[in-house]
Ligand binder design. Structure first.
Ligand code: SF4
Length: 213
């Protein structure tokens, strides 16, 4: 089975507990206004990897990594191959699995067999569409309608994060892609882009944000 992947990064320390391997899948049909990853929405633009290839990368860092976060794009629109990947992670490592989805947990449970299979392999889920007008301070969430659920016994050690909030200074990571784009990793505060743009413009740098297609 093959996966469409937008990007992969390790280590990431601001999208879930600990030092994580993060996989952004390519493709999402939801189109939430204000989505911070418009470059990941078109399904056939990403790189194609076999499930086994991605798992091999995870295995390389499994002993020093806290867990795997799957974001996007929309993971549940590639539920079949991701369920296969998560089975391998569960069977051959001790890593926990956290998924960001624009679907609510109820929508996933009312969805396909593959969506439910993927949900059954998930330890932590952040669910629900990003809603710009509800952008708030909840830890690891873009907007306050999104909930963080601990779905397995393995995840109960993270209870303190369910209602946690960001401190005044959020950690964001910047990554340069092979084609020269700068990607922001993490969840910025609502006014971040405005402040960031004005700050870099004062230094003579003009940024262009990716747009939906
Ligand atoms: S579900 Fe996520 S990736 Fe998809 S449009 Fe909404 S914010 Fe963007």
């Amino acid at each position: 089975m093959r996966l469409y992947i937008g990007r992969i990064c390790y280590p990431v320390t601001n999208l879930g507990p600990g030092k994580r391997f993060v996989l952004w899948v390519q493709g999402c049909s939801r189109r939430c206004p204000g989505c911070m990853s418009p470059e990941l929405l078109v399904p056939d633009r990403g790189l194609q990897y076999s499930v086994r290839e991605v798992f091999t990368e995870i295995q390389k860092i499994a002993l020093v990594c806290g867990g795997v976060t799957i974001s996007g794009g929309e993971p549940f629109e590639q539920a079949g191959p991701l369920a296969e990947l998560c089975s391998l992670i569960k069977n051959f490592t001790n890593l926990d699995i956290m998924i960001y989805s624009g679907y609510t947990i109820n929508e996933i449970m009312a969805g396909t067999y593959d969506m439910n299979l993927l949900l059954s392999k998930t330890d932590i889920i952040v669910d629900g569409s990003y809603r710009r007008e509800l952008s708030g301070r909840k830890l690891w969430r873009g907007s306050d309608n999104q909930n963080l659920y601990l779905l397995t016994p393995h995840a109960q050690k993270y209870r303190q994060y369910v209602n946690a909030e960001y401190s005044a200074n959020r950690q964001l990571l910047f990554q340069m892609t092979s084609d020269g784009q700068i990607v922001i990793i993490g969840i910025p505060a609502r006014d971040f882009f405005m402040k960031f743009n004005s700050s870099v413009e004062k230094r003579g740098i003009k940024l262009k944000r990716a747009e939906w297609v």
